[in-house]
Ligand binder design. Structure first.
Ligand code: PLP
Length: 433
């Protein structure tokens, strides 16, 4: 290895924070050189098949000419300009697309810079909406256990305190209301009894509730759980009955992952507010959007403040909007539904071989998302090293070895991902007792 390579590794280890790892004894970070299609190429020479889409974001694979071109052609026009007092074609085109594609009734779009911020925006919109209607008492959120909505303060306050990783901040977070997590899974038989605890909580708390927030169908980081669409349908009905806004956090599920363009479509409902992020730019740049109904936007605008009280510096960044437009175009031009269905079929066919393994508790697949839940938690450092040696990139956490590859993945590449998991399972030192 060259001096430059070891210098990157050493400087990184000593000075650069990485997510969810110690600064004094960090998990290893592998040095990326380039990425192309489904491959991430390391400086040390390994070529890894990406099973993670860089945390749900790289939908079409890396280094896509269509997306590169969108950024470079926008770059020569304007890279960034403030959104206060200016507008531009990339942002207007993006909002036009989002309004036309999203569930009915979501006509106003607030563009922001990351998923967590779009959740903050959604929660603030809900609170400001009720305040503008003279009902400032409606300022709390209700959600379900096992949820994850981001790492900023308001977002943390609706994450599951345990699986959502934020218990440590408990005494400074807004006190919101938690219902039990949905317990009937996606393919299981529905029973109305499922809604009894939530119905009781709506009846008890509706006068103080601004909104109910949930990740529709797929609870991601809080457990990778796929639950029944009727749950979402019933939440919509309860929100209507009790005058509570419904926020759908589609940051992970939006734009195709579950087999529908938006996961809310499984339940054939429209939320009042919807958050998008992650793959909005095909994984190229950080961008998010909070969509809401005309009624919410008008109520806020006619309220005491006469505007919504939020305005990030990089709101509507032209480069990010341009690549988002190109990514959405690419998604719609490709037969994305068949791609997702095909990946789902491959996962189901090839993951079966792991089902009987003593270490495996449960295997589940929905759209292009696959989860191998183990009985023991993984040792991230040792199992990750194995995956890299096997030529794949899978980043498990807790008892969850999960994948959501770029949609351009092939069957042979899916089987390589699964083989890497299969060969990891017998190793005691890859798991924590
Ligand atoms: C459902 C959901 N909401 C919000 C977020 C936060 O998004 P970001 O990491 O872009 O802030 C995430 C990120 O994992 C997520 O999965």
């Amino acid at each position: 290895m060259t001096n430059k390579y070891t210098d990157i590794i050493n400087f990184d280890k000593n000075h650069v924070w990485h997510p969810y790892t110690s600064m004094s004894n960090p998990l290893p970070s592998y040095v990326v050189d380039t990425a192309e299609g489904v491959h991430i190429n390391l400086k040390s020479g390994e070529k890894l098949i990406d099973g993670m889409s860089s945390w749900w974001s790289v939908l079409h694979g890396y280094n896509r000419p269509e997306l590169n071109n969108a950024i470079t052609s926008q770059l020569s026009k304007v890279a960034h300009v403030m959104f206060g007092g200016f507008t531009h074609e990339p942002a207007v085109e993006l909002v036009r697309k989002l309004v036309s594609l999203s569930p009915e009734g979501l006509d106003k779009v607030f563009i922001s810079d990351s998923g967590s911020v779009s959740v903050e925006v959604a929660m603030k919109m809900a609170i400001q909406y009720w305040q503008s209607k003279g009902q400032a008492n409606k300022h709390k959120m209700m959600t379900v256990r096992n949820g994850y909505h981001g790492d900023t303060f308001a977002a943390m306050s609706v994450c599951d305190p345990v699986t959502g990783m934020h218990q440590i901040f408990d005494n400074v977070l807004m006190k919101n209301i938690f219902a039990p997590a949905p317990s009937i899974m996606f393919d299981e038989l529905w029973h109305e009894r499922e809604m009894e605890p939530l119905t009781a909580l709506f009846a008890e708390h509706h006068q103080e509730l601004a909104a109910f927030i949930i990740e529709p169908i797929v609870q991601g980081t809080g457990g990778m759980r796929f639950y029944h669409p009727n749950y979402i349908k019933s939440v919509r009905a309860l929100c209507d009955q009790y005058n509570v806004l419904f926020i759908a956090d589609e940051i992970a599920t939006g734009l195709g992952r579950t087999g529908k363009l938006f996961a809310c479509e499984w339940a054939e409902i429209s939320p009042d507010i919807m958050c998008l992020g992650k793959t909005l730019t095909g994984g190229y740049l950080s961008l998010a959007a909070t969509l809401c109904s005309t009624e919410i936007a008008e109520t806020i605008s006619n309220g005491e403040a006469s505007c919504f009280m939020h305005g990030p510096t990089f709101m509507g960044n032209p480069l990010a909007c341009s690549v988002a437009n190109a990514s959405i175009d690419l998604l719609l031009q490709n037969d994305w539904q068949s791609q997702v269905k095909q990946i789902e079929t491959w996962f189901k066919q090839h993951l079966i071989q792991l089902a009987e393994h003593d270490r495996v508790n449960n295997i589940r697949v929905l759209g292009s998302i696959a989860v191998v839940e183990t009985h023991q938690a993984v040792n991230v450092a040792t199992i990750q090293k194995h995956f890299v040696e096997q030529g794949v990139w899978i980043r498990p956490f807790g008892k969850l070895i999960y994948m959501m590859p770029p949609l351009v993945i092939s069957e042979a590449q899916i089987t390589a991902l699964i083989k890497a998991i299969a060969t990891a399972l017998p190793h005691d030192d890859y798991f924590i007792e």
